[in-house]
Design a protein around this ligand. Structure first.
Ligand code: CA
Length: 515
């Protein structure tokens, strides 16, 4: 019985301790009793509900019924228990349960012990739950504090970060500006360096040129000094010469004055002489008039006749050296200024040109028709001076051309009438069809050509200055129109119509070169 009493007291103490501890943690313990207590003497069963408020949580515990434990004097026992339950703190100096408890039966005690065990279990649970609640709240507070601190730190960090970003941005801008300025300065430095190099090169060139000019200038100064010294010498010589000339001029002036005086005297004498000269001239003129009235005209060539005033083409008599009888010739007074003596003429084939050496020497034909004047007369004519030769040609198509040679000369018979014709010009081809270095005359009976194995005069007919056999033969066979082509022995002039074309008309004439 004494053990049961102790357990009951312990239970009451534990209840007090638990309530006190809960008050100390800031919690609030509320105990309520539901139902009617035993005090009052009720017979209905009583149940106890214990409610605990811890922060936002509330806990409700069902306490064991004490009615079963009361004896027939429940009022006294209930008062004891109720007092114990309502007490807030154990009474110091408390000396165990009252005497009534000690008088309880063993069954009641067992029942009370089981109730105590339940109560102790409930208290343990209550304590555990209180601890759990306190731990959760602490963790929540800690978590809240950590969150607050974290938020604060995050806010500080974000502000610092934004500040750092702004500072970084400003620094970047400043860095970019600095880099930009640095690059500009570098470019300017490079340009300055280049310009400096150019200026140095130009300066070097200018320096070289100045040095060259100095050198050249010094040489020029030396030359000038030399020239000055030479000119000083020459000037002195000139002064000396000038003095001499002045002296000579003075002497000449004196001589001229004396001459003028002599001239005055001579003029007086010359007047008488002039009168005598006029009388003599009149006498000479009268004599010349008498001579001309008695003189017979003896023209040497057609130019003499032309200059005597005869400008009509036709037959005239000329006197050739060593030929006593006059020779009748045809003078062309129209072609190229006139004055031409025609010595060969062909235009209709009426005269046969197949002649001997002698005939070509003496001439044949009609001066008004076709004619060959003769080599001997022509030779003697050419001895009178320098003559020019002109060859007039016409083909069957009516083309009129000519070849002219400034220098014409015909050697004598001893030289086989060698012909020289130079200074070619004209329209019958760009080149001459006569040999310029001289060729001897050949006839069928006198072979003087350059063909060793042939006789050109026999092959080509007529007499001519053949070479071997040459580019021309104006004394060949006369072929009429239609028969004149492909004839090697016709009247040909190679550079006019080729080697086998026979021309329609020809004329060979001479006149003095200085006409
Ligand atoms: Ca021959």
């Amino acid at each position: 019985m004494r053990g049961i009493q102790l357990l009951t007291m312990l239970l009451i103490g534990c209840l007090w301790v638990a309530g006190h501890a809960s008050r100390e943690r800031g919690g609030r313990l509320r105990s309520q009793r539901r139902g009617k207590t035993a005090v009052g003497g009720g017979v209905e069963k009583k149940r106890r509900l214990q409610r605990l408020q811890q922060g936002p949580c509330s806990y409700t515990f069902i306490l064991p019924e004490l009615g079963a434990l009361s004896d027939p004097r429940p009022l006294a026992e209930g008062a004891v228990v109720g007092r114990g339950a309502q007490r807030d703190a154990p009474t110091p100096g408390w000396e165990g349960p009252p005497t009534e408890l000690r008088r309880m039966s063993p069954g009641k005690l067992q029942h009370l012990e089981s109730a105590m065990r339940n109560t102790s279990q409930w208290l343990q649970k209550l304590e555990a739950s209180l601890q759990l609640g306190a731990g959760r709240k602490g963790a929540r507070l800690q978590h809240q504090a950590v969150q607050d601190q974290t938020a604060t730190m995050l806010e500080l960090g974000s502000s610092l970060l934004s500040h750092n970003v702004q500072q970084t941005h400003k620094l970047s801008l400043v860095e970019a500006k600095v880099l930009n300025k640095t690059s500009r300065i570098e470019v300017q430095l490079l340009e300055n360096h280049l310009s400096t190099n150019r200026l140095e090169k130009e300066l070097l060139l200018q320096t070289n040129q100045i040095n060259r000019l100095h050198h050249h200038n010094s040489r020029l100064e030396q030359k000038v000094q030399m020239l000055e010294s030479q000119q000083r010498g020459q000037l002195e010589d000139l002064k000396e010469g000038k003095n001499q000339l002045q002296a000579m001029v003075k002497s000449q002036m004196v001589a001229m004055e004396s001459l003028e005086r002599q001239l005055m005297v001579a003029r007086r004498n010359s007047t008488a002489l002039q009168m005598t000269q006029a009388q003599l001239m009149a006498s000479v003129h009268s004599l010349l008039t008498m001579m001309s009235s008695t003189t017979v005209h003896r023209w040497r060539d057609c130019t003499d006749i032309f200059k005597a005033g005869h400008s009509t083409s036709g037959l005239y008599d000329i006197y050739i050296t060593n030929i006593s009888q006059p020779v009748q010739v045809y003078c062309d007074m129209e072609t190229s200024g006139g004055g031409w003596l025609v010595f060969q003429k062909r235009f209709d084939g009426s005269v046969d040109f197949q002649r001997t050496w002698r005939e070509y020497k003496m001439g044949f034909g009609d001066p008004l028709g076709e004619q060959w004047l003769g080599l001997e007369a022509l030779h003697r004519l050419s001895l009178l001076g320098q003559y020019s030769l002109r060859v007039e040609l016409r083909d069957w198509e009516g083309n009129q051309v000519y070849s002219q040679y400034d220098l014409f000369n015909l050697a004598g018979e001893s030289h086989r009438y060698r012909l020289v014709a130079r200074g070619y010009s004209g329209t019958a081809g760009r080149q001459s069809s006569l040999s310029s270095h001289g060729m001897a005359f050949s006839t069928p009976d006198q072979d003087n050509d350059n063909c060793d194995t042939c006789k050109c005069a026999l092959m080509l007919t007529g007499g001519w200055w053949f070479e071997a056999c040459g580019l021309s033969n104006l004394n060949g066979m006369y072929y009429s129109l239609g028969q004149n082509i492909r004839k090697v022995n016709g009247i040909k002039w190679h550079h006019f119509r080729g080697p086998s074309y026979s021309l329609q008309s020809t004329a060979m004439m001479v006149r003095p070169y200085d006409f």
